[in-house]
Design a protein around this ligand. Structure first.
Ligand SMILES: [Zn+2]
Length: 266
């Protein structure tokens, strides 16, 4: 059973061959790459939707080498502890690196992977239902998801609360203050710690929380560059600062992440 909702009229979308269709005959074809575009507002083609291609390819390559597997294990740990089965939605799924692993670990009845970036979904390797959409207008039914994950991605609390069932679970991963600090120190003269993210979410009760504080060593320049490119700092960094990484062949850096499990207050 599909939990997808027509973004034009909010009726159920049914899959027939390669097309999703509602009773009002609004149609959405599955692309050659396997995703369906349910994003309604594409007012400006110039506006960047999500992450750019260089960042996406860097992230896919870096993650495929296993450096972040322990992050995924922490999300899976919380999900396994609190998730009793049902539909799973990954909000801001990117290339589905986490989606695919979490899906395989918790065996949901169906998996929907949502991202605003077509480029990311183009190279996503997952048999999840992949949709292009905004986290601020999720085209799935209210009270339809039993598990939502949100890993280093934007969130709109009211939308997550709407789509979760009463006993549903939200698992988030957010960076702590010193996450990747040594990487930033290699680039900036005066690196700043990350802002402390507020863990309280309006409309939710925090039911569990774990912290991962460790270090990883990267022993080649290519992967150091890729790690930097997958961070939000990449967009804000001058090429002169970025060049500082070119001479770096080994880097030990902090991995400090907070994993949070919430239940909606319904
Ligand atoms: Zn419709």
């Amino acid at each position: 059973m599909s939990i997808l909702m027509c973004p034009k009229c909010s009726m159920p979308l049914k899959l027939n061959e390669k097309t999703y269709r509602c009773v009002n005959n609004h149609c959405y074809d599955i692309s050659k790459k396997g995703y369906v575009n349910l994003l309604m507002s594409q007012k400006s083609s110039k506006k960047r939707h999500g992450d750019d291609k260089a960042m996406i390819y860097a992230r896919k390559s870096f993650l495929s080498k296993g450096y972040y597997d322990m992050l995924c294990d922490n999300v899976i740990g919380l999900a396994k502890k609190h998730f009793a089965g049902g539909a799973y939605l990954d909000l801001g799924c990117g290339e589905c690196y986490y989606t695919e692993r979490i899906k395989n670990a918790v065996s949901p009845s169906c998996t929907v992977a949502l991202d605003i970036s077509k480029d990311a979904l183009n190279i996503a390797q997952s048999d999840a239902v992949k949709i292009v959409a905004s986290v601020s207008k999720i085209p799935v039914f209210s009270d339809s998801c039993n598990l939502v994950t949100n890993i280093f991605a934007p969130i709109k609390e009211s939308e997550v609360k709407r789509v979760l069932t009463k006993n549903g679970l939200l698992v988030r991963a957010v960076p702590l203050e010193r996450h990747l600090f040594s990487l930033k120190s290699a680039v900036y003269e005066k690196p700043y710690e990350n802002a402390h993210d507020e863990t309280a979410l309006e409309g939710f009760e925090l039911v569990d929380s774990t912290e991962l504080k460790t270090k990883i060593t990267i022993d080649n320049n290519e992967d150091i560059l890729k790690l930097f490119m997958m961070t939000p700092y990449y967009y804000k960094t001058s090429s002169a600062d970025f060049q500082r990484l070119n001479s770096l062949d080994t880097l030990e850096t902090e991995i400090e992440v907070n994993f949070l499990a919430y239940k909606p207050l319904k």
